[in-house]
Design a protein around this ligand. Structure first.
Ligand code: AMP
Length: 210
């Protein structure tokens, strides 16, 4: 199963990717998490990406395409994978197709901008493993601590309200056209994102036919 989760920042892609990944026993590839890790480790990719990410802009396509091609070639991706937060532009989607990576399903998690803006103030992420939480909708068992790895939860720098507005603008301009791209390939399914996490998971699994 090769799957893409599409949707605005804060739509719930990361949360759903974690759940589906466990259920289907396939890894999640989150370019956002890979880039944040690269910044933390001070790698060349991290240095290139940081200013774009801090401003809520997209990191250049060639950097992203390099990251994804390298990651999907790893042995744990042999039986499939979930892409979270990638592709985000038509050239990224075209590069994946050109590399012979075709998708069984592309799930677009649909949600209004106003709901996203309200949601983002409550998002917390693990500074170590990248797992994501929400202070009311998906709280950790112990406040401020990651359930998965026990490390501290933090607020993402790019979740500041002004940056979120910019990320939503970029989403509508650059990423939303991908719905049409995958609709034409016959693999697109829409799922309502403004509902409890478990209900969205149910809808995604139904859309996947599992
Ligand atoms: P995310 O965690 O998916 O919200 O990504 C955080 C930030 O990383 C984005 O706002 C972009 O700056 C960058 N980023 C992540 N994935 C991509 C991608 N596929 N294309 C371009 N930039 C990306």
């Amino acid at each position: 199963m090769k799957l893409i989760l599409l949707g605005a920042p804060g739509a719930g892609k990361g949360t759903q990717a974690e759940i589906i990944s466990e259920k289907l026993h396939i890894p999640t590839i989150s370019t956002g998490n890979i880039l944040r890790e690269a910044i933390k480790n001070g790698t060349e990719t991290g240095l290139k990406a940081k200013s774009f990410m801090d401003a809520g802009k997209l990191v250049p396509d060639d950097v992203i395409i390099g990251i994804v091609s390298e990651r999907v070639a790893q042995p744990d991706c042999a039986n499939g994978f979930i892409l979270d937060g990638v592709p985000r532009t038509i050239p990224q989607a075209e590069a994946l197709e050109a590399a012979g990576i075709h998708f069984d399903r592309v799930i677009s998690i649909e949600i209004e901008d106003a709901v996203i803006e309200a949601r983002m103030t409550g998002r917390r992420v693990c500074g170590s493993c990248g797992a994501s939480y929400h202070i009311t909708a998906h709280p950790p068992k112990v406040e401020g601590i990651c359930d998965a790895c026990g490390k501290e939860l933090v607020i993402r720098k790019d979740d500041a309200p002004e940056t979120v507005k910019n990320r939503l603008k970029v989403f509508h301009a650059e990423t939303e056209p991908l719905k049409n791209f995958y609709e034409k390939l016959g693999v697109l399914k829409l799922v309502e994102g403004n509902q409890p996490i478990e209900s969205a998971t149910k809808d995604i699994l139904a859309a996947l036919g599992v």
